[in-house]
Design a protein around this ligand. Structure first.
Ligand SMILES: [Zn+2]
Length: 364
């Protein structure tokens, strides 16, 4: 079954973690042996071969670069111009991956339909569910997204980004942002944030509400009439934290026709996880916990039309902080949903159908 992953930081991994995602996962891990500069060194779970093995033929891939004002302790660039340059470097890597046939950028309904046909044909021709087992190399489709909008220097830069294929923007990431306040921060959008939303609306860019703090979330929903999704967010009712959505927020997202991608970062799956201390083994963490969050959203909706996967599996954590060994474990969710009496039709919606429908609806 095709899997749509609504949140991967592929370019960040390529350029900041120095991972050649075309290589086998073992080799990527091996080359990081002994390194301590990042928390997940030697524990990567994402590579292109693993994505193909797991049937993840389509994803939302980010550009990401934070701007930090003096006194902001978070890592980030000291000017929006540097942040812009960083995201442009990330785009250059996506382009290089397109040139060597590893990725293909999805910018519109035609491109989406073409890619879905290509993937389907490759799977059929492989005489098995896993194209790469039979030596086929299919490019992975990606929709370009921006996680945290600090790098957008002026509204004109958003227009340039749209021309480059940018189709979704999450105005904030962690901490205070230029256009909105993110995880662990407080406050609303301000004038610049409202202007950004207006420009996004004009261009038809999707608003990604993941990472918005509560105040910014509600203000954004009031000011934005376009389409919105949450690329990678879980449920506050199961794991209390402001990074997660309350039932009230989930209900409004459902009303607005949003799709919510469930994320595989361990601390968002189970309560009481201490980063750097708790391990999947010590917590007995299982992939099944993701199904709890998916099911919670389905119960609130009364249907399976608003859930998807936004694994975030390369979001600065690896096997030390997630219940899977590699992204190729995602197909196991199919059996788990089936065990909870989800029909094949509903499972397909969750694994890819909802996000695909969303993209078709907006013609992106
Ligand atoms: Zn994130």
């Amino acid at each position: 079954m095709l899997i749509f992953d609504a949140h991967l930081d592929l370019a960040m991994n390529a350029l900041e973690w120095n991972r050649d995602l075309r290589r086998p996962l073992d080799e990527i891990r091996q080359r990081e042996k002994g390194m301590t500069d990042k928390p997940d060194r030697g524990n990567a779970t994402v590579s292109f071969p693993e994505m193909r093995r797991g049937g993840i033929g389509l994803c939302v891939a980010t550009q990401i670069a934070r701007y930090v004002e003096p006194g902001n302790p978070l890592p980030g660039w000291h000017s929006p111009e540097q942040a812009w340059a960083q995201t442009q470097g990330q785009l250059a890597w996506y382009r290089a991956m397109e040139e060597c046939g590893q990725m293909v950028q999805i910018k519109d309904a035609t491109g989406l339909a073409k890619h879905l046909r290509l993937w389907e044909a490759a799977v059929q021709a492989s005489a098995g569910p896993r194209p790469q087992d039979h030596g086929l190399s299919v490019p992975i489709g990606y929709i370009l997204s921006l996680e945290g909008a600090d790098s957008i220097i002026t509204p004109k830069h958003l227009e340039r980004s749209y021309a480059q294929g940018l189709r979704a923007v999450g105005p904030a990431h962690y901490g205070p942002g230029t256009y909105a306040q993110g995880t662990d921060a407080t406050g609303g959008l301000g004038q610049r944030g409202r202007e950004l939303l207006k420009e996004m609306e004009r261009l038809g860019i999707i608003l990604d509400v993941s990472h918005l703090c509560d105040e910014s979330f509600w203000e954004a929903l009031d000011h934005f009439q376009g389409r919105l999704w949450a690329s990678h967010s879980n449920c506050r009712a199961l794991v209390p934290h402001m990074r997660q959505f309350s039932d009230e927020q989930i209900k409004v997202l459902i009303e607005r026709g949003a799709v919510i991608g469930s994320a595989l970062d361990a601390w968002m799956l189970v309560p009481g996880w201490v980063r750097g201390k708790t391990t999947p083994e010590s917590a007995g963490l299982k992939l099944e916990r993701l199904v709890d969050h998916i099911d919670h959203i389905c119960q609130l909706a009364g249907n399976a039309r608003h859930c998807g996967i936004g694994s975030d599996l390369d979001g600065a954590f690896g096997r030390e902080q997630t219940p899977v060994e590699t992204i190729a474990d995602l197909p196991r969710l199919v059996m788990m949903l089936s065990a909870r009496e989800y029909s094949t039709e509903h499972i397909e919606l969750i694994m890819h159908g909802n996000f695909v429908r969303f993209l078709k609806e907006i013609g992106a």
